[in-house]
Design a protein around this ligand. Structure first.
Ligand code: NDP
Ligand code: GDR
Length: 348
């Protein structure tokens, strides 16, 4: 039987690394797109990318950029894959307020470049397309929990761009019959999460405070609530979405939410640290048992507009994809803490 092939835009990111591992395990030929930079990026995922995949003959690296039409067209033409996963994005919501135009180019037009390329290269009958959508499109939530029928209300340049990508995928599906599916994924984390996202920042900060390598952790809005799952489980859902007979859109979530403060308390408990909270809003502070301030809010980490609550209802995915999250938030935190200690010991 002919081996399936997949092309992953964003293969060096958190999700790209888990998805590549899954597909290689399923005996796919995996093509990963990586953008060139003038110096080597030394993030953990790039280590994984360099060390693990470089030597695997079933993993082929292509240099390209989702914001550059010619490179996207060329790579798709060259690889003609059975499945394309578009995970490439400027994925930081807060940064998107600072680089709105670049965010729109990568996150919105990136998806357009791929579907247009599938059409131009006559791949409509061959190639299935997965678009990495986000729960951020629910923004100022109109209903709770959020499912595929909840109205969208994006609150950041990131979310507005992701909403364009959502609709253009649906539009090419309805206009040209492309097998294009949107996953509307709620937050998912792992030891491979970028260090500026809140879960990794909290775990990394508290581990360092406990080990006396850092005195204080500065954060922003402690009261927003998120529905957090494990990236490995969510990448499995991406693959399942493309194994369906028909293209469709799916919400992927755990259905349980915690506030940032609750998340901090959970991590602290696992590290045997008790945090005493005092104050409100930006003045709220977390103290250790000796009365030292170890958590403080700083205006730099507040967004011009924030999404206060997100809670997903993934009944459709549970029924049609037979998917459900395997990892409980406590196991996710345990895994992230273990990895953080490993990074600390390796002094990364
Ligand atoms: P990451 O930020 O870890 O990974 C993003 C990937 O996109 C990296 O490989 C990055 O490459 C690549 N990339 C960025 N800009 C470009 C570009 N111009 N051209 C080519 N590649 C580029 O994100 P995640 O893995 O967490 O998320 C994957 C996708 O899923 C993203 O689209 C994100 O918006 C979306 N998403 C994520 C959720 C989450 O909770 N993690 C939830 C919902 C949606 P490089 O290594 O060079 O930076
Ligand atoms: P999010 O994740 O914006 O939901 O986007 P992030 O972890 O950045 O923020 C979650 C919430 O925590 C609050 N917060 C802070 N956030 C960061 N990054 N740093 C801080 O210091 C801090 N303090 C408080 C934020 O205000 C926010 O409310 C992630 C990304 O992966 C997107 O690509 C993806 O689409 C969504 O999840 C679903």
């Amino acid at each position: 039987m002919k081996r399936k092939s997949a092309l992953i835009f964003g293969a060096s990111g958190q999700d790209g690394s888990y998805l590549a591992e899954l597909l290689l395990k399923k005996k796919y030929i995996v093509h990963g797109v990586k953008r060139r930079a003038s110096n080597l990026n030394v993030s953990i995922n790039n280590d994984i990318y360099q060390n693990r995949y470089k030597k695997n003959k079933n993993f082929i690296v292509h240099y390209g950029d989702i914001s550059d039409s010619a490179s996207v067209y060329k790579i798709i033409d060259k690889t003609k894959p059975d499945e394309i996963y578009n995970l490439a994005a400027q994925s930081h919501v807060a940064f998107s307020f600072e680089v709105p135009e670049y965010t729109a180019n990568a996150n919105a037009l990136g998806a357009l470049r791929i579907v247009e390329s599938i059409k131009l290269h006559n791949l409509i009958k061959k190639t299935k397309f997965y678009q990495a959508g986000s729960s951020e499109i629910f923004g100022r939530v109109q209903d709770s929990p959020q499912n595929e029928n909840t109205p969208f209300y994006p609150l950041s340049p990131y979310a507005v761009a992701k909403l364009y990508a959502h609709w253009i995928t649906k539009n090419y599906r309805e206009t040209y019959g492309i097998f294009g599916s949107n996953g509307i994924l709620f937050n998912h984390e792992s030891p491979r999460r970028g260090v500026t996202f809140v879960t990794r920042k909290i775990i990394s900060g508290l581990c360092k405070i406990k080990e006396k390598k850092q005195k204080k952790l500065y954060l922003g809005n402690l009261n927003s609530k998120r529905d957090w799952g494990h990236a490995r489980d969510y990448c499995f859902a991406m693959w399942k979405i493309l194994q369906q007979k028909k293209p469709d859109d799916f919400v992927i979530a755990t259905g349980i939410q915690y506030s940032i403060k609750q998340f901090i308390n959970k991590v602290a408990k696992k590290l045997n640290m008790k945090i005493y909270w005092k104050g409100k809003g930006i003045k709220e502070k977390g103290y250790d048992k000796n009365g030292n301030i170890i958590i403080e809010c700083h205006k730099n980490y507040f967004r011009p507009l924030d999404v206060n609550t997100l809670l997903g209802d993934s009944k459709k995915a549970r029924k049609l994809l037979k998917w459900k999250p395997k990892t409980h938030i406590d196991s996710l935190i345990d895994e992230m803490i273990r990895a953080e200690y490993k990074y600390l010991n390796e002094d990364k």
